[in-house]
Design a protein. Structure first.
Length: 374
């Protein structure tokens, strides 16, 4: 019994240390990726190519003065960062990087991850309420509304993934993708999961409840120093968690088609896939502007949630009638292309209307000129 507790403690300590190192690497990678998109150099001073810049930032946050508002509820104020941080670490207990590489492989692992990940919402509301600041309370309530809304399509896509292998064990789900990854069978599910996951993490363009480039800072407006660093750490851990889940649920995880499993090679393969997904998330931040709160909520309830139900129906029809796999791919791909085209037409309508008006005025002007000449 004592030996098992010691082993589990060592595993958890190694897990937290590894996630901290991953967070440091992600902050450096994000700065470099955004700098490359914006034709800048990024951090170059602290260490070779700025590789020690995340360490310098971490030291700065830890030694920075930690101020607590006089009217704040100190218990809630202190507990809120932990309530946000702990679920982001606990879900890693059952996330495997290879078939036998996990702290504890669970038969209901995917259910465990989904259940624990939503607890962070409580911490954000606690942070806003405990700060005794009306802007922080507003940010906390907006965060709750956003995360609850985008949790629905995430859960519906997860149900669709579970329906194919008939298992919630992540190892079984990955092994079922040995020949054909679920990204090929469910491109619509992959799109919904990635977009809704980015909104769940609260990154651009879905960071409306934080709005860090504006006057308010969401539920974190009164936090500084180490307390704010805990929120920051949780955000990047959740970002990496999303990337790893995309790699496991849709990109085949550690499997190579028609090749035996090799633990260390599969571990590296999952890391490569996860970091590629992370680069896509950083690309979103460097490309898309922040949505307004009404646009954000409308996109969840009018687009992603109906699409997630449609994705579930398509998988159910495919399984019930026993159709070949290419039919599921065709249905999902047709829905993805159709929705993308409708959104593109909707988003570009103002520009196209303006161009049409200008062309109409130009044609009318030329007709007037031609009449004057005659």
């Amino acid at each position: 019994m004592t030996r098992n507790i010691i082993i589990l403690t060592i595993q958890l300590a190694a897990l937290v240390t590894s996630l901290t190192i991953v967070t440091l690497s992600l902050t450096w990678l994000e700065r470099k990726a955004l700098a490359r998109l914006q034709q800048r150099m990024g951090p170059m001073v602290v260490g070779p190519h700025g590789i020690l810049q995340p360490v310098a930032d971490a030291v700065k946050l830890l030694v920075k003065e930690d101020v607590i508002p006089a009217q704040a509820d100190k218990l809630l104020f202190w507990l809120a960062p932990l309530v946000v941080f702990v679920p982001s670490v606990v879900v890693w207990v059952t996330i495997p990087f290879a078939r036998d590489t996990a702290v504890r492989n669970m038969d209901m692992g995917l259910f465990f991850i989904t259940a624990f990940s939503v607890l962070a919402i409580v911490g954000l509301v606690m942070a806003g309420w405990g700060s005794a600041n009306k802007y922080a309370i507003l940010g906390g309530l907006r965060s709750a509304a956003q995360l609850i809304s985008y949790e629905i399509p995430v859960i519906m896509v997860v149900i669709g993934v579970v329906m194919l292998p008939q298992s919630m064990n992540l190892v079984d789900i990955v092994q079922d993708q040995r020949v054909i990854p679920y990204a090929v069978l469910q491109p619509l599910g992959l799109m919904i999961f990635l977009i809704a996951g980015v909104a769940e993490v609260g990154r651009t363009p879905f960071d409306i409840y934080v709005a860090e480039s504006e006057v308010m800072g969401g539920p974190f407006i009164e936090y500084s120093g180490a307390h704010w660093a805990v929120f920051f750490l949780a955000e990047y851990i959740n970002t990496f968690t999303l990337a790893v889940l995309v790699a496991l649920l849709f990109l085949g995880g550690w499997t190579f088609p028609f090749m035996p499993d090799v633990t260390w090679l599969g571990f590296l393969w999952v890391l490569v896939k996860a970091y590629l997904v992370v680069l896509v998330i950083f690309w979103f931040r460097g490309t898309f502007p922040r949505l307004r709160i009404d646009q954000l909520m409308s996109f969840a309830w009018k687009v992603l949630i109906p699409l997630s139900f449609a994705n579930l129906v398509m998988i159910g029809v495919y399984l019930f009638y026993g159709w070949p796999k290419w039919t599921l791919t065709l249905m999902s791909l047709a829905a993805t292309v159709g929705v993308a085209y409708v959104i593109y037409r909707r988003m570009t309508w103002p520009a196209r209307a303006t161009i049409s008006q200008r062309l109409a005025r130009a044609r009318a002007y030329r007709r007037v000129e031609a009449t004057d000449v005659r």
